[in-house]
Design a protein around this ligand. Structure first.
Ligand code: GLA
Length: 379
């Protein structure tokens, strides 16, 4: 059995999770997002094992390992294995340079918390194998193949945000990513005297994957209907509020609401970026609250636990913004809070949350950091 601690790696990689300030469920609609990698990560250790096709992978957190043959990559019954197998499969579509390897990894990213342990797993492995076998893949290719792995092997039709943020982030900056062109701008994140506090509901409602894919389909349906009136519309990026208003009669109410949220969120991100650049942090935070309203009522991807935490934050003057983060149906809220108010707030909100749901809340401060990095490389 492989072990993490005494593993003699040739390559060691750190692959971070991410937060997103604003721009939720916009990536697969060709909109904008504002994420960054944070100081929670998966550490990968990799080495050749001198075999041609045999690979061994060990998860230190779950204390499980599995082995596979590079010539027989297929979807597994064990979901976590598919993140690995999907990456291998997608790499093999691009190159035949992979050979047998051993890999161990250990994570401090809470699973199911909406800070993208999945993308960190996919991208970290792809990044590490790229270095180990000199595959010559660009960072952009690593991002895209990791996204395809999640689509084809895991079955979540995710957008590009998580993988992009995990690989491309820059320390102390956020990325304004245009998910249509994949052009990005790094924006310094100076939010003093505020800190980024994540509250983990510690629930992951089982709806997450199925409802995620349903939202995507609902947006596509909306586009199809709007396109019958505006033939130049191919994604919700092409639709503005006026055009949506003109289609209100031909769109089913649910689809209309989904589209309305996405179209508003698209411009909300740009407003938030302007506010951030002009150091109008209270306006920035208010836009986060507005996003939560839309996600909860129009896009309907929130849940009681997340709504409770966001509502609770509203009674604190020291908190300027709060919202659910990521795909939804559980996971974390992201909060902008004055540093000296954190202790008191966490104590009170944890108590109230426990009383209401009988669930222990967990919390941690998130600090923006650079994307995937190499801790040790081959000599
Ligand atoms: C998940 C997906 C992302 C994105 C968010 C919602 O994290 O992986 O691509 O769609 O949900 O913004």
């Amino acid at each position: 059995m492989l072990k993490f601690n005494n593993f003699k790696s040739q390559i060691t990689i750190e692959s971070p999770g991410r937060i997103n300030f604003i721009g939720e469920h916009t990536d697969y609609n060709d909109g904008f997002v504002l994420p960054t990698a944070i100081d929670k990560k998966i550490t990968f250790k990799l080495k050749y094992n001198d075999s041609k096709n045999l690979c061994n992978v060990y998860s230190a957190n779950f204390k499980v390992s599995f082995s596979f043959d590079l010539n027989h990559i297929k979807i597994s019954q064990n979901e976590w294995e598919n993140y690995i197998l999907g990456v291998i499969y997608e790499i093999q579509q691009l190159t035949d340079k992979l050979k047998g390897f051993d890999c161990v990894f250990s994570s401090d990213i809470p699973v199911g918390s909406g800070i993208s342990s999945s993308a960190a797993l996919e991208c970290g492995l792809a990044f590490g194998l790229n270095e180990l076998f000199d595959l010559g893949l660009s960072k952009r290719t690593i991002v895209e193949l990791s996204q395809r792995a999640e689509h084809n092997f895991v079955g979540t039709k995710c957008g590009i945000m998580d993988q992009y943020a995990s690989v491309m982030s820059k320390k102390d900056h956020v990325i304004l990513l245009d998910c249509r062109s994949l052009e990005h701008e790094y924006i310094p994140i100076n939010i003093k005297p505020y800190k980024i506090l994540l509250l983990n509901t510690n629930v992951a409602h089982s709806l997450a994957t199925s409802e995620y894919n349903t939202r995507r389909e609902e947006c596509e349906k909306g586009v199809e209907i709007i396109n019958s009136k505006y033939p130049d519309v191919f994604t919700l990026r092409d639709v503005d509020e006026h055009m949506l208003g003109e289609c209100i009669k031909i769109l089913p109410a649910v689809i209309y609401n989904r589209c309305k949220y996405v179209i508003e969120e698209k411009s909300r991100v740009l407003k938030a970026v302007k506010a951030l650049k002009e150091n109008r942090l209270t306006d920035f935070g208010q836009l986060m609250y507005n996003t939560h309203e839309g996600l909860s009522h129009e896009y309907q991807v929130s849940c009681l636990e997340l709504d409770f935490l966001v509502d609770y934050s509203k009674s604190y003057d020291t908190i300027i913004g709060s919202r659910m983060m990521g795909g939804g149906f559980g996971g974390c809220t992201i909060n902008l809070i004055q540093e000296d108010a954190i202790l008191d707030f966490v104590k009170n909100v944890s108590k109230a949350y426990l009383k209401k749901f009988d669930i222990q809340l967990t919390s941690f401060e998130a600090n923006p950091r650079e994307g995937t990095s190499i801790l040790k490389n081959k000599k």
